[in-house]
Design a binder for this molecule. Structure first.
Ligand code: CMC
Length: 435
């Protein structure tokens, strides 16, 4: 019978420690007892980027990166993408089970009742410059919502939490649509609650007063599937940010603004834009080998490839690749698809990528679809944020209702100067202001 413990010997002292193992994990705090002198602080683990640190116990999303498996609350992503809708998936992520028809109807009704923005918020959006990045607008508007709903700070009340969930899911597409129209100088189109969630979003983006306007159902379904695929991905950079901010008991609006900011970065939600820029830079299939050589010389990264967790083909990338063809039936082919397909083929057979287990991730094909649908490149992370909002909210609820969670506060290894005395200004040596 094996014992669920880890025996560690500190070779500095010869002392032996027995650390309990639970879920293949030791508690980092159990390391603290390991010390040379009684007055020592005790041992910590060093893990930049939290590559091997579990920051929570979660029941939301399961990923097996080696096998390329992604499940929300146990349901395979492939089945959800095929059979579900984004709002149903949001319900699943947040409440843990698929809704009955009555529950789903009520849920959709409540979310769609919250699509209108306060007029002051709409006025605020109008004050952004014509060329403001839409992520900057989204982040600012989400944070500003905190000032409209001060009761949201009462995060311990489940009814208050639920209301903010409806509001955030309902209002984010409206903010996103207004941000889009603001930049092209078009009047904002107010939500139409007769339409479904994603149809309404496309309507707010596109509608120009036509008497017989209809949202294209193929494009609406494709975007809905993209939202499903982006809805959650366990403890990624933006979700960890959402959890870290709300661990200080901040309200969900400012916490989500922080999560969106984390998503904005090119290594995270900005990657699909970076993929498209890369494909445009390559421009032609003939230029791919030279580009691959630059990647190997580490001059550039192959954007849309590689993942901290997946060491296999990202299951979302497979679904998106199929979806691309459905979208192109409506929009016409995106010529960059040829470059992407060839790049993928070459990379999948090249030792550099095989050895490092670098496979296409969710962002490799999503940008091509978004571009074919007419979205500007800097808008792509906004689309990612709309889908991921469901996961951020599910993780937020799980985090603040988890009695084991405390304020996020990592430790550091201090390697700076020892104590030293203040030097008068005329006695100092100049130091370069490089950072
Ligand atoms: N192209 C070329 N080489 C790469 C790439 C890439 N895209 N990704 C990783 N590598 C190499 C890296 O140079 C390193 O090689 P070596 O061992 O020789 O130094 C090795 O693979 C391990 O890389 P890493 O940077 O330690 O891996 P990581 O887990 O810290 O980074 C990543 C994960 C997603 C940030 C990284 O793969 C990357 O920068 N990919 C491109 C950006 C991208 O597509 N991001 C979207 C991620 S999926 C959606 C999302 O999460 O938002």
């Amino acid at each position: 019978m094996s014992k669920e413990t880890l025996t560690a010997i500190d070779n500095r002292t010869g002392k032996e420690y027995e650390l309990p193992i639970e879920h293949d994990t030791i508690r980092a705090m159990d390391l603290r007892q390991i010390r040379v002198e009684p007055e020592d602080f005790g041992m910590m683990s060093y893990d930049p980027g939290y590559a091997n640190t579990a920051s929570c116990k979660s029941r939301i999303t399961f990923i097996d990166g080696e096998k390329g498996i992604l499940r929300y609350r146990g349901y395979p992503i492939e089945q959800l993408a095929e059979q579900s809708t984004f709002l149903e998936v949001a319900y699943l992520l947040i409440f843990g089970e698929l809704p009955t028809q009555d529950q789903l109807d009520y849920w959709v009704y409540r979310v769609l009742r919250h699509t209108y923005l306060h007029e002051n918020l709409t006025e605020m959006l109008k004050t952004f410059r014509y060329d403001a990045h839409p992520m900057g607008i989204l982040i600012s508007a989400t944070a500003a919502m905190s000032t409209f709903y001060p009761e949201s700070r009462n995060i311990d009340d489940p009814d208050v939490r639920l209301k903010q969930i409806w509001r955030l899911l309902g209002k984010l597409p409206t903010v996103a649509a207004f941000a889009y129209r603001h930049r092209i100088g078009r009047p904002y189109v107010y939500p139409n609650s007769e339409l479904g969630y994603t149809e309404n979003f496309l309507y707010m983006l596109d509608y120009m007063g036509q008497s017989k306007y209809e949202v294209n159902p193929v494009l609406a379904r494709a975007l809905d599937v993209l939202f499903i695929l982006h809805a959650d991905h366990e403890q990624n950079c933006s979700t960890s940010t959402m959890r870290a901010i709300s661990s200080s008991r901040a309200d969900p609006y400012v916490a989500m603004a922080g999560a969106q900011a984390a998503l904005f970065g090119p290594l995270h939600g900005g990657a699909n834009e970076a993929v498209l820029r890369m494909l445009m830079e390559i421009g032609d299939v003939a230029h791919i080998p030279a580009y691959i050589e630059r990647v190997k010389r580490k001059e550039v990264r192959l954007m849309g490839f590689g993942h901290r967790v997946y060491k296999n083909y990202d299951p979302r990338a497979k679904i998106i690749k199929r979806l691309a063809y459905e979208v192109f039936e409506v929009t016409g082919m995106n010529p960059l698809l040829d470059v992407a397909l060839e790049l993928e083929q070459i990379a999948l057979h090249d030792d550099y990528f095989l050895e490092r287990k670098l496979y296409p991730n969710v962002d490799f094909y999503s940008g091509i679809i978004y571009q074919a649908m007419g979205f500007p490149m800097d808008y792509f992370p906004v689309l990612f944020a709309l889908g991921r909002a469901a996961g951020w909210l599910a993780q937020w609820v799980e985090q603040i209702t988890d009695p084991e969670q405390r304020i996020a506060r990592p430790r550091q290894i201090y390697l700076g100067p020892e104590r030293r005395d203040y030097v008068p200004v005329d006695q100092r040596q100049p130091v370069a202001m490089a950072c």
